[in-house]
Design a protein around this ligand. Sequence first.
Ligand code: NAP
Length: 404
Amino acid sequence: MESDIISFLEGKLNVPDMPVIPFVEGDGTGPDIWKASSRVIDRAVEICWQGKRKIVWKEVLAGEKAFNMTGEWLPEKTIDEFRKYRVGIKGPLTTPVGGGIRSLNVTLRQVMDLYACVRPVRYFKGVPSPVKEPHRVDMVVFRENTEDVYAGLELKSGSSEVKRLIDFLRSEYKWNIRPDSAIGIKPISRDGSRRLIRAAIEYAILHSRRNITLVHKGNIQKFTEGAFRNWGYELAKESFPAETVIWDEYDAKAGEKRILIKDSIADIFFQQALTRPDEFDVIATMNLNGDYISDALAAQVGGMGMAPGANINYQKGYAIFEATHGTAPKYAGLDKVNPSSLILSGAMLLDYIGWSDAARRIEKGIERAVASKKVTYDLARLMDGAHEVSCSGFADSICGFMED
Ligand code: NAP
């Protein structure tokens, strides 16, 4: 068997038995969690297919390691390799301070047009949580990744550019903006919104989910966030009439089986996600709301150490899976932190390439490892009667629990 490239034809991934998958091990604690994660992912694949399938990992450089070796934080070659091999995975990266690239993660998302940030949020029994019934949380957040206030369109207070813009807005639109203001621009496009919401609907159909909530602040920002909501309903009616039903036409009493498309204003969503989490299933939202929402929901099920994520362009098949936490530099090289976020991102990757049996193995391994109470420091300090193990020790334990 030879290693090969994942291809993408007519909207479908074609995955060989030995796909080459690029990885960035990441900065700080990245090398520790990458070593642990790749071991768990490889073992899950081996248990399922006894060598008939195997991932061929290929290291690509980004972050501090790239800077030390090439003088660049995000070499062009790395982006080329992610494009060439289509599906990749990365550990956390340091955001370079001062000058140059703002954030390597944001840059990667923008240059590869990875428009959907996908974050499943579910509870693993036994993980310490600040809420009483964390098992009621089972949501998948689809956050738009390329627009909104993240587009980088900002002008500094007092700059000549901002003065010109303020003058223009005053003369053309009669908008009175204080002269010492800074200004940021919030673009929300119909195409950008619809492709994100389409991805959420297609995911909900594929995974038999019950409902999709469009989260927005359309009561205040009518033409940006309000339009996102309207475009969502429009798309559902136009492209998915057999699979979805919109809120206004929903009739529970009639035994409606289609996926319900509803919406929620962001502030009330935060409240209800705490008080009635089981009413929410798939969430589709814009960039800033999505940023807040995914971290807030992750907190309900035990924090960022357990939260996986992916950045995907479904139209081109590109996907980069990632740990959602940062580099936790104070623990670098100590073999100490929790590798679950990257391991579960690896399980998402396996689902994405259609190797779901291995993904389920990994989830089972993590569930059992947590239940055994032999866990990394972050969980151990919050659990009664827990025994602290290292990052690699936790990976050993997960591997053991993945066997039948
Ligand atoms: P951070 O690295 O996420 O760490 C904050 C705290 O979260 C840690 O001190 C630790 O808490 C806990 N934590 C993080 N990862 C953990 C893990 N795997 N297991 C257990 N606990 C974990 O956030 P930061 O200190 O704000 O950022 C550090 C660097 O990471 C910055 O350069 C930032 O830009 C970058 N960053 C990268 C990404 C990314 O690549 N996706 C995301 C966020 C931040 P305790 O101290 O309580 O033990």
